[in-house]
Design a protein around this ligand. Structure first.
Ligand code: PLP
Length: 282
């Protein structure tokens, strides 16, 4: 695998990150995952845009222009011969002796990245998945795609231990999102999802799917719903860069509707697949 680190492309051997990296000490940094289909980056501009927005929100300056990061992502795809997979890009506030406050004078942010082959998770996409409700105990800036993912990690582990693919996070019974995905319910032909606030990450896939709903004439209400209401939905699905549109067929072991794939979810999956650039089946 060819990695990007310190402004250079390099093999894994000899690659070194400082033990004083603030990403390592504090999770003090931001990241993005960009999907690759048929050797092409998908919605890369939106992801790189969001990376810059996340950096601004944590008062960090990325030492590249957006077009430069795009070029780095492209080169990672080319150098690693990625057909279907993803690019990971991370930027930390840099390396400095451990102190909570920002280094003064500032140190250069550390930009790293790689690209790997990773097939579409067709099992979940085609058959649906189960989720487990987990209390959302994360901080109040979930709109930032930060490296601080302990809340997400613990939620995902709890779901995993219950044999579920994803955690359905809720604050005081109100559904926010997944540990690494956005959550959607369908009731009476209308799609419901949490509005864009500080309590969720506004997923790029979420935005793509809401656009597809509009194209398909499917009504959308960006309004939160409760866990109790989630159980009553006709259909349920989650979205993310890697999971695309994945049907949720059970919540806490209870089947959603009759536990079969919903027609509206399948319609959105079809619409999603058809706009993937030069898709080559893996
Ligand atoms: N919410 C959280 C907490 C995430 O980590 C992610 C992505 O991994 C998402 C939502 C989905 O975002 P996207 O569709 O941009 O991948």
């Amino acid at each position: 695998t060819v990695y990007f680190i310190d402004g250079q492309f390099t093999e894994r051997d000899g690659l070194a990150i400082s033990i004083d990296d603030r990403g390592y000490y504090f999770g003090d940094g931001v990241y993005e995952v960009i999907k690759v289909y048929g050797g092409e980056l998908y919605t890369a501009e939106e992801h790189i845009d969001r990376l810059f927005q996340s950096a601004t929100k944590i008062k960090m300056t990325i030492p590249y222009a957006e077009v430069q990061l795009m070029e780095i992502a492209r080169e990672l795809v080319a150098k690693n011969n990625i057909l279907v997979g993803h690019v990971y890009i991370q930027v930390t506030r840099g390396s400095a002796p451990r102190m909570h406050q920002f280094p003064d004078p500032t140190v250069p942010p550390v930009v790293t990245g790689y690209a790997i082959n990773n097939p579409r998770p067709m099992m979940g996409i085609e058959n649906g998945v189960g989720v487990k409700s987990v209390a959302d105990v994360r901080w109040l800036r979930c709109d930032i795609k930060s490296l601080n993912l302990l809340g997400n990690v613990l939620a995902k582990q709890e779901a995993h231990e219950a044999g579920c693919i994803e955690a359905l996070l809720h604050r005081d019974g109100v559904v926010t999102e997944g540990s690494a995905s956005n959550m959607f319910g369908v009731k009476g032909g209308t799609v419901y999802t949490h509005p864009v606030t500080n309590l969720i990450l506004n997923g790029i896939t979420r935005q793509v799917v809401l656009g597809l709903c509009e194209e398909q004439g499917i009504p959308v209400v960006e309004k939160s719903f409760t866990i109790d209401e989630a159980f009553e939905m006709d259909e349920f699905f989650l979205t993310s860069t890697t999971s695309e549109v994945t049907p949720v067929i059970s919540i806490d072991g209870r089947p959603v509707s009759s536990g079969i794939l919903g027609p509206l979810t399948m319609k959105l999956q079809k619409a999603f697949s058809s706009q993937i650039p030069s898709f080559i089946a893996d």
